[in-house]
Design a protein around this ligand. Sequence first.
Ligand code: URP
Ligand code: ZN
Ligand code: ZN
Ligand code: ZN
Length: 493
Amino acid sequence: DGFDLLVINGLVVTASDTANYDIAIKDGKIALLAPPGVLGTSSAKRVIDAEGGYVMPGGIDCHVHLEEPALFGGKGRSSDNFETGTRSSICGGTTTIVAFAPQAKTIPSLLQVLEDTQARAKDNCYTDYSFHMLVGHPGEQALSEFPRLRELGISSLKIYMTYAALQLRDDQILDVLLASRKEGITTMIHAENGDVLTWMTKKLEERKLYAPKYHATSRPQIVETEATNRAIALAELMDAPILVVHVSSPSAAAHLRNAQTRGLPVYAETCPQYLFLTQADLDKPGFEGAKCVCSPPPRESAHDHDAIWIGLANGTFTVLSSDHCPFMYEDYEKGKKSIISEEYPEGRFSGIPNGCPGIETRLALTLSANRLPLQKFVEVTSTNAARLYGLYPQKGTILPGVSDADLTIWYPPGKLGTFKLTNSMLHHNVDYTPFEGMELNQWPRYTILRGEVVWDRDGGGLLGKKGYGKFVARGKSTLPGPRQAGEWDVSVF
Ligand code: URP
Ligand code: ZN
Ligand code: ZN
Ligand code: ZN
């Protein structure tokens, strides 16, 4: 009966190995890996010749905002829905995403939020997908639903230490950590001190300092570092595993590293924004700096970038995600530019919705920078996301008989030369990329999802179909969890 697809002549790179193998695919799964040539090309319906290019497990992006209501401050509506966001994703080599199911403070039930979000995603995705609950209101009802969420394949949630619409107090954070720990849920934390940055924003605006660059002034590194340190302390208190999301600051990274050295199940995420953008990008002519406004903000200099790269290489950072959070730069509501009002005719930084698009550029930007060992690149962009969020080894590796046949196949090194990234190359529904003009030397040549070629850059581009992407029920993290060895027995709570 033969194979459905053979990928030959690839340099196969996983988080653990790099070797020349031919890969055989059948019924959407990795069937086997064989030394080059031994399978014979007649054994399959289709053969892809990788010509020596890297063949990697499909990218996994575990920090994606799609079709969310505006909860992050500022004016503007999410411009990517599940269709356009996941379309952009596969064109950039990412085959699985974990998006947020957002609970506003007014909604008591997480199960309701999950159901509503499922309905938005269903039949609309090009990638496989799952959800993290975004918990804005951890009341009695929401907390009581955690066991059911686990049964439904949701093993992670995100909470916020900032944003008026989402910010939790420390006692609410303890409630979430304790309930999460009991159910084997991983808690993702947005660590910025909301009270401090609100105070700083008010002071800046009193002095009429409204330009986009003051977004960075309003939330310096210490605002992130303090909250990160507090998040670690609360997690240690509850002996609960956490992942601190979108870490930008070397000093926050140092606190995370220290917690890891002490053996705590403390994980961390960073994003391309913190490897490639600086504060200077917020100070472009006119209001253009708004395109690089995200929270935490891009930091001061290349020294900050260097520290984040080192944190990726040495394991401080578990994952490199996009934090894709799409808004139109030219966002109009009822014919008026959303950012402008009578009071603020030029706009003001606190009115800029926080977040940058990047679901499609994450892998190519990072690989082109050539600053990580290849296996580490696979680990932080795919494998570790699968481990931490309970998708492994169905996703994130290429284990014969077990893993889905999700692959990203790159061009042979050097084949593309160098070229400049432009927004016109991308498939999101956003009118800019914050990385416009950056030099690249790689782009995914093929993206394969469960054995189907969904992106063929030289053979028609986007080939995937909306609705082919499936919901993936997730299990528990396979990375170390609670130590069961805190200062006291957490089970008394
Ligand atoms: O600025 C950011 N990061 N926007 C996305 C929302 C979030 O906090 O992740
Ligand atoms: Zn309530
Ligand atoms: Zn966040
Ligand atoms: Zn985010």
